[in-house]
Design a protein around this ligand. Sequence first.
Ligand SMILES: Cc1ncc(COP(=O)(O)O)c(C=O)c1O
Length: 356
Amino acid sequence: MSRIRKHVERLHPYAPGEQPKVRGLIKLNTNENPYPPSPKVLAATQQAVDGRLRLYPNPTAQGLRARLAKLHGVGVENVIVGNGSDELLALATRAFVEPENDCVQYFTPSYSLYPVLTDIHNARRNEVPLPADFSLPSVKELRASKQWDFKAALTFVTTPNAPSGRGYATADLDVLCRAQKGVVILDEAYVDFAPKNAMEIASQHGHVLVSRTFSKAYSLCFQRIGYFVGPAKLIEALDKIRDSYNVNGLGQVAAEATLKQLSYYRANFRKIIQLREWTTEKLAGFGFQTLPSATNFILTKPPRFAARTWLKKLREKKILVRWFSDVRVKDYLRITIGSEREMAALLKAVKRILKD
Ligand SMILES: Cc1ncc(COP(=O)(O)O)c(C=O)c1O
């Protein structure tokens, strides 16, 4: 007799990108930032490692929420902080979606956690394919397609999109949000590398939340800090169902210190964006077709060999990139923009592979 619920036995967990145990690999597979946190953030975090570790952290991440509220020009009641934005995305399915009856909706390809969360919650998935160029379909096109559900209890929109890297116009997102009856989450995990963001939409509607993370742009994956901004009523619902101490103390310290050093991080965004454009151009010289990106990664169609073969060949040269089996993107590699040295190593490896 199994002691595990049948529903749980049938679940497939989220497959995170490989975190290699061997040293010396160049990691361009999980969209981490190549630059370390600001020295002041490291110092603040190190200084917090003392007798305080025996105490519980602030249960509502009050100081951090106050700073985030100020940054975005909203009230503290409009902000919730999570153990990474992944935690908040999971809480959203639990707070806004009735299991079995309701549907969670998202475009494909987009963040591969959404189907996992939907299945865990035993809700219906509504997966709507993006067009071949991964652009955002207009409301008119969505109505005509008859696949899109304007009454979906919860809609996730990854913007800029992952893994395509494509950015979406705020005005287009606003029109889509207006057409939806249920909750919409604009997942802006990569937005700091884009020319625009949709944060203003979160304050204009009663049903739109914007999701952000310190992981990618703020070099803080290790500390697991993400947050939502949106209407107080929705934030309050999420707050009711989170764990009492969901955000660890050192993470709160590191994130607060980060918000005092924004110019350090903004300089890094500029470097990464420049390097993204440089890498795209250099790869084009080798016959790679790269989609325009508004993120810290590129989706690129390699020449000569299948993308999956490139994944193996690059790994043999100690470079980790990401390949997805999804039919829409199986001909592409997703490559995180690393440091100058790492991107030079990538190009050197590409040259060698094409020569061998
Ligand atoms: C689109 C998207 N949203 C959210 C996340 C999760 O970020 P966090 O580290 O804050 O949980 C990721 C991480 O890969 C992502 O790609």
